[in-house]
Design a protein around this ligand. Sequence first.
Ligand SMILES: [Zn+2]
Length: 146
Amino acid sequence: MDMSGPEMRLCKLCDKLLPLDRFQAGSKRHCCHEHIKELAKFYMYGTQEKRAVNILRNRAARDMALFGPDKIHLSQREMIAMLNADQITNFSKWCIMPRNPTEPLSLSNSAVVLDYQRKYLLATWKFRKDKTEYEDRLNHLLSPEK
Ligand SMILES: [Zn+2]
């Protein structure tokens, strides 16, 4: 019989020796239950973030082709920075549009809008290709007192 108390294992993330029942049974991982959950959340969010950015980027690339070719100067990291948690989770409802449709999409020339607002803006542009009209409508959509 082991008289030294419960068997202990090091959780590398707690950086502490913990009783074995804090680890998944049979697992040799040096990571306690709590930390396994935390890591799972981290990886899930990482995947979600990438998926959201890829889809929003593809959609933006298709839209920018209407405004002019080769018009995205926005990195994935910049896209992640401009999106909030709700926009990353519910990315299918959101779109990134240029503020000025004749300039490349970039960090300073972009706005996050809802999908129905995007359709309205695209229709505006297709109808007359009027930059001022597009900008006025976008500004109106973005203004808080509408
Ligand atoms: Zn731990």
